[in-house]
Design a binder for this molecule. Structure first.
Ligand code: ZN
Length: 247
């Protein structure tokens, strides 16, 4: 279904005949795609039509149209709730996994993330990483701009784990995918209090790019890096003049 992606891009009024047109073509709509109703042995839906009819009975296009309309309205309600909860991008990413063209549309939309960021509300929910596209969300762009506000001092540590000699540093940065370095005092704040993926190439690329920018913007700070990832960008960071490594 493309409603979530459309809503994320600002469309808030839908005039859809798809529920009836799909029914005429024998297509059974679900949130994650459509099925040929003649091939269904089970009905993956709890709407009043599906709970009181068999798959064979749904080959009747009027019944099928009613089911299609129920799931369409359910999706619209889900989108509205996600907007309230601040989790619309997560829903978009999940829905766009259902079809390659939707995923292409999402990637095209995220290429305009800088523009979308200008109208993106402040986060109200924890950042939930669903895959590589999550690294392109507007909130990640917004965090990249915040990197310029940090004042790391003379000596700073950037560490993905715990470190014993933290008192040796003016600033200790944690590291979280896809945001990158953050002053450890901000650990419990949005959007940093996320459950990051173990490692994800695109998310790690975004986090390391922010790390590189932080180091580049503070040439008088000596950065000690304690990051253990396989990524070409990390190799470049380790070659920077004001960087030392713990490993
Ligand atoms: Zn149904």
């Amino acid at each position: 279904m493309m409603f979530a992606l459309a809503a994320a891009l600002g469309i808030d009024l839908f005039d859809s005949a798809a529920y009836a047109l799909y029914a005429k073509a024998g297509r059974y709509i679900t949130a994650s795609g459509t099925h040929d109703v003649s091939g269904l042995e089970y009905l993956p839906c709890t709407c009043p039509v599906c709970t009181s009819h068999t798959p064979a009975e749904l080959r009747d296009s009027e019944l099928l149209a009613r089911h299609n309309l129920y799931v369409t309205f359910a999706e619209i309600r889900e989108i509205k709730q996600c907007i309230r909860d601040g989790t619309l991008w997560e829903l978009v990413e999940r829905r766009c996994r259902a079809h390659p063209l939707l995923l292409s549309g999402l990637r095209r939309a995220l290429s305009h993330s800088d523009w979308i960021e200008e109208i993106e509300p402040q986060p109200r929910a924890a950042f939930f990483y669903t895959g590589g596209e999550s690294a392109g969300r507007p909130i990640v762009r917004r965090y990249a701009a915040r990197i310029a506000r940090f004042s790391p001092g003379v000596r700073a540590l950037i560490s993905a784990g715990k470190h014993d000699a933290e008192e040796d540093f003016d600033t200790v940065f944690g590291f979280v995918i896809p945001f990158g370095p953050y002053p450890v005092e901000l650990k419990e704040t949005l959007p940093l209090n996320t459950e990051p993926p173990e490692s994800d190439y695109e998310g790690l690329a975004a986090a390391l790019e922010n790390t590189r920018r932080l180091i580049e913007m503070n040439p008088d700070t000596e950065f000690v890096i304690d990051l253990d990832f396989e990524h070409p960008l990390l190799d470049k960071i380790k070659e920077m003049g004001n960087v030392k490594t713990l490993r």
